[in-house]
Structure formats: C-alpha cells, structure tokens
Design a protein around this ligand. Sequence first.
Ligand code: SF4
Length: 506
Amino acid sequence: MKITLLEPPRKAAPDRSNDIANTTLSACLNSGYAAAVLEKAGHQVRIIEGYMEGMDWNDVERSIARSQPELLAVHMVYNWDDNRELYAFLSKVKEEFGIRYVAAYGYYPTFAAREILTACESIDYILVGEIENTFLDLASNPNDPVFIQGLAYRDPYAKRGVRMSMGKLVANLDDLPFPIRSASSMPGGEVNILGSRGCYGSCTFCYINPYYGLRGENGETVGRWRPRSPQNIVDEIDQISLETGADYFYFTDPNFYGPGKRGRERVLHLAELLEGRHIRFGIEARANDIEPETIRALKKAGLQDILVGLESGRDESLERLGKKTSVADNERALAVLRENGIEPSVGFIMFEPDSSLEDLRVNFDFLKRNRLLDRLETAVNVLYHHQIILQGSPSYNILRDEGKLILSDHSEYEAETSYELPGTAAMAEAMRRITNHIFDYMQDTWQLSADGDDTIRETYDKISVLLSDSFEKALDLVEHSGPAALEKSDFVQKVNDTVDRIAGRS
Ligand code: SF4
C-alpha cells in the first residue's frame, strides 16, 4: 500500500511561550517508527516533514501530489487552535487526489478522537494509543475497521456514534525496527532517540500512561515503564553515527530510569556501552532516581543535559501532584548533578489550581535557596509555569467531575480552570504577562546567549535579577494589600518597560 505520513505545518503560538508543549517529547518519533514498521512489512511509505522543513500548505499539496497515497495519515501534534486549516486541507487533497483513507494519530487524537471525527468528515480513522501494531493492521486491511484493535471510527450503532479501542502495545521494544529519520528531523546534528516508553510514576497532571491505555483493576491508570535493551539502543546510535556523523543524542523517554535496582542496573549497563563512543547526550528523569553512582557513570559516558521534574518546592504540593517524591529528593538530586558538573533544566509547576500564597512563597524560597533563579533561561520558566490540564490526565478527570473545567469552544482537549484563590490568580496573570514579554525578547537572543555572547549574558543576568525581584515584590503586594492592589497597579507594565530598557528595546 502507498502510505504518506504527514507532519503538518505548525504555527508558533507567541502566548504559549511559557507553556509546556501539549504533546510530549516522546511523540516526535511517532512518524519515524510508524514508517519503519510499515516499510518493513512491504508498504511504500513517505514522511512529509511539513513542520521541520518550514513548508506551507501549497508545498505539502505538491508533495502529496507526487506520492499519490492510498492512505494519508496525519500526526496531530499541538492543539492550540481549532485545526480548521488542517481539516480543510485534508478534505481538499482527499478529493483532489482520490485518497481512499485519511487517518490521524498522536496524543491529541488519542484523547479527542470523537471530537476530531465530529469536526472533520474527511478523517476516516483515528489511531488510538500506541500506533505501530494498529498501522500494520490498518494497512493490510483498511476496509474492515471492525477487526482492528486501536482504531476509532464512526459507527451509528456505537455509543455516541464512535467505536473505539486502544492500540495493542508492542510486547518488546527491541523488536521494532529503528525509526526512519530525514535529515530535517535532526536539526544541527541533534538526534532524538527513544530508550523506553511509559513511566512507573503516576503524577496527576501527566497523561503518558493513559496514552498507552494501561488500567488497573478498578479502571485506574497504572504506570508501566517499558525499556529497550542497552545493546539495542547502542546499535541504533552506532548506525546513526556511521551514517550521519551525529554525536549528540537526546533521549525522548519521559523517564530515562526504570524503577528500583533493576532500573539503575540497566542505566549502568547502558552507560558502560556508551562510554568510549565519544557522544554527548541528554535525558529526562525523576528526582528520586538521581543518585551518585549512575550519574557519575552517565557523565563519564557523555551525559551533558538533563531535565529533572522537580515540580514543587513544597512536600504538600508534591503529594497533591501525585509525584511520590519529596523536597529532600529534589535538593539531593540538584546536589548530585552539580557535584558532577551538570546544571540541570527543571520541570516546575509554580501555579496549581489550588495553590495558596504560602505555596508560592515556599516555592520561591526553594528556587532561590537552590540557585534556580540565577540563570534567566531557568528563572523565566519556573516563575510562571502553571499546571496544564490535558484530557486523559487524572487531574482533568477530577476537575471535570468537580465541575471546575473551563473548555474552549473548539476543543475539550486542553482545559483551564479558575484558581481557587484570587491572590494566586492575580500572581499567575502578572507572571504570565511578564514572562511572555521576556520570552519575546529572548526569542532573538537565545542562541547568542547559548554561545556565551558577553553582552547578551550580562543583559540576561540583569533581567533575571529583575524578574525574581518582581516576583517577590508582587507577592509582597498581594500578601499585604490583596490581589486588587496588584491588578489595579501598573506593576506589570513598569516591569516590562524596565525589561525593554535593559534590553535596549525602548
Ligand atoms: S514522572 Fe514524569 S513521566 Fe512519569 S508520570 Fe510523572 S510526569 Fe509523567
């Protein structure tokens, strides 16, 4: 079968600068893995890298005209607008080129299959959850969805008009062929690589495990972490290095470490295999897994970047978030990494829907005490991040059941909720406006800063001090005079004007 996988053009959303993307990093290899399994099964597959290659819809149309697929499958990544353009495009090309089947896959379609099938008549199928097995079944039997596990499709006899099942999980990730990568999917020679899927954690704000559809006896989501073997990972790295000369790899795993002793032993084994290959790499991990032996080994093997999900500086918040870590774990993780010469990026949720002013104060003190406000790149993230509420996550379900979700008119996928306390709401709004303004300035200077440009670094340092002072002053104001004092003052405007002055933009 002739199949085209489309990574559609995606627009940047300036007011989303400080939001964690609403599809996870692990999704970036979806199309590559789907293409690899389909090609191995004898299908003719093409990936259109509309996003990475900066295509517009006309470019994509020309590309589809060249490949003339029978099945066009679109990877729906972010859902920040109503996708109207994409849906109109799919309808047009389906008719124009006589494409028999149009499908969608990814995190957003998995959780919002019904919504998409309602909004776009041209989409015949949604692949729900893990995609490889479903793609194989669909490609060999596209006419008969009834027998395919992992599809959502219209059926007048099904509940609310859509029949749906979760994709069958790949039993052993080593059995998957290496994903197909185009040159454009490796910008600057950086290669994304998958070492595991899922997570043994069960944070309330996360939908990694619900994406795979893992349920416990009472229907609750359960965490399961599935690894590739170290040897299989290293074989792929060797192949990529040989073919492209790439020497930087970023693991897309939501949680690089597996649970417990076996998880640590696997990391040590992988580090041993990576050592001597002269590569550098990045990973993402939970704070409780960071300990001296594995970090030392990883550092020796080339570990350069790490994102640690600290999430909060207060134990009560960590408990609310279901993180199953403590502030002591967080501080220990930071110390271990720094002892090994690694300055981590951190995941941090400053604003939860039910955060109190005391939570904000304790978080701020934690960040300051742990020198996480010194670099603007970190400060601008941690001083605003709010909890994103995505369909599929336990928080979404709880807030929905409590009647607290605010849904947009185009989608139920990403919801909002009001802050319980007006003081927290006023702080969140002020910090959102200030950090977005700073992000706007950083967009054009980020690379210069990363390259160590002295003038830009000096400017960043000044803005970083201003930003943390502003957070503290705003909090003082709300604590002593109430939220209205912050809302009615021109506090935010004054901070943003000062940012412009420091940056030489006014
Ligand atoms: S540790 Fe990370 S990946 Fe695992 S459930 Fe929590 S947020 Fe999700």
